[in-house]
Design a binder for this molecule. Structure first.
Ligand SMILES: Cc1ncc(COP(=O)(O)O)c(C=O)c1O
Length: 437
């Protein structure tokens, strides 16, 4: 308890930076009481910003078919969908001849790019599965990350020298350690060796301004649900030529100029890859999120999140818990902290934090199995706490107090493995039929 008091004294209260859409703030606990929901799982999925939610609600009030109708509302919906595309292009510093393709998410974007890349792909060994598995359909090489950024870039350069590649694809920010590889330097190396650079921007886009033109990034993939826009949209932004030569990603209506019984003329991108009725809410929310975060200002976002991250690290350190890092000297990172609690499996810790304290974190291997193995989390998994614009100082203090209690008093409830996943046993919290009853 002494440690917790110290952690609490470390900093004054910090309020959330932005307004989130009305959401459930009170959650049940296993002992029958309820408490304020503490969301420290922004890296998994973020709730909508109020501004994003408002724009989506307004767009749905005008909803009609996109690219397909002559009605006034069809024209409004089509114009809104295409305006969202322009905002995403402007907000990411896309070049004039780049294309923005609306997808379902980062995984979808990278699978689309994998079908378009005309040669070998090289990536690091720390990637999320979304930036590992799509490349396995073709020729690919893996560069092991070294203990420094410079060493890692040297290893990348050697790999490209040894065997040329068409594309280097790297994460913009690790979903495990939060560390951000230096994208400008990687673009420079890739281009010097005749390759293009793709960035898995799932974790970077909510925290940093993106500028394709200035950094030399050729392709950027992101997901709405990580960007405070969880309406099923994502995007692939980047160079047109490969995308126009690629097999259409979704074959069907909207992607074609003309179809005969045995032939088809496909449209150029983006329509070429957006067959089927477009997801208006997905696209509009993405545009609204880029705009809202830009207005909030990425300097303010970074300052807010990193001050809370410092508070989290200090609290964990006081409990004897260290967070995983690849490059301990590197100071460019987003507020994602992965760690082990001595004596407990990670899914047990996540279940405990939710069941007894109403705190949401991720426990497991975060779809980055090779990196978790490499960091020594193969057996017990890791706990990941992640911070966003809605996080407050009280949220950080809450997890530190709950972990302190776990370490010094143990859990107050029983837990059991159900289908290989630790859960409270029994779990009396009602959660079915709450919404679609
Ligand atoms: C770094 C990274 N890349 C890719 C993804 C995949 O994102 P999505 O599930 O939205 O496709 C994630 C999701 O957690 C991620 O953290």
């Amino acid at each position: 308890m002494e440690l917790v008091t110290t952690a609490r004294r470390l900093a004054s209260r910090t309020a959330p930076l932005a307004l989130l859409a009305d959401s459930v703030t009170e959650v049940p606990l296993v002992d029958g009481s309820s408490t304020r929901f503490v969301n420290l799982d922004y890296a998994a999925s973020a709730p909508p910003l109020a501004e994003v939610h408002d724009v989506v609600t307004t767009s749905l009030a005008h909803y009609a078919s996109i690219h397909r109708g002559q009605s006034y509302l069809s024209r409004v919906s089509t114009a809104t969908y295409e305006r969202a595309r322009e905002i995403v292009a402007e907000s990411s510093g896309a070049r004039a001849d780049d294309v923005v393709i609306f997808t379902r998410n980062t995984t979808d974007s990278l699978n689309l790019l994998a079908s378009a890349v005309p040669g070998r792909v090289v990536h690091f060994d720390i990637e999320h599965h979304a930036n590992l598995l799509p490349w396995r359909a073709g020729d690919y090489g893996v560069v092991p990350v070294q203990s420094t950024v410079d060493g890692t870039l040297l290893a990348l350069e050697h790999e490209l020298e040894r065997r040329p590649a068409a594309l280097v694809s790297v994460t913009g920010a690790s979903n495990v350690t939060g560390e951000c590889p230096p994208l400008g330097r990687i673009a420079e190396i890739a281009h010097r060796r005749g390759a293009r650079l793709a960035v898995d921007g799932a974790q970077l886009a909510p925290h940093r301004a993106i500028d394709l033109r200035a950094t030399g990034i050729d392709y950027f993939a992101c997901s709405g649900h990580k960007l405070y826009a969880p309406y099923g949209g994502g995007a692939l932004i980047g160079r047109r030529d490969w995308l126009d030569d690629a097999i259409p990603h979704q074959r069907g209506g909207g992607a074609v100029v003309n179809v005969t019984i045995d032939d088809v003329e496909w449209k150029p991108s983006p329509a070429r890859h957006e067959g089927g009725t477009p997801n208006l809410a997905g696209a509009v929310s993405l545009g609204a999120a880029f705009r809202a975060l830009g207005r909030l200002g990425f300097d303010a976002i970074r300052e807010h999140e990193m001050s809370l991250y410092g508070r989290l690290l200090a609290g964990l350190r006081a409990l004897g818990i260290n967070v995983a890092r690849l490059w301990p000297e590197h100071d460019d990172l987003v507020a994602v902290a992965s760690f082990n609690v001595p004596g407990y499996r990670a899914d047990m810790v996540a279940a405990y934090l939710s069941a007894e304290h109403g705190i949401g974190v991720r426990g497991g291997r975060f779809c980055a199995h090779p990196l978790l193995d490499r960091l020594g989390f193969a057996q017990a998994g890791a706990v990941r706490a992640s911070i966003g614009v809605g996080t407050s100082g009280e949220d950080v203090d809450a997890i530190i107090a709950a972990l302190d209690q776990l370490l010094h008093r143990g859990p107050s409830w029983r837990y059991a493995s159900v289908d290989g996943y630790t859960s409270p046993a029994p779990d009396p919290r009602p959660c079915t039929d709450r919404i679609l009853s």
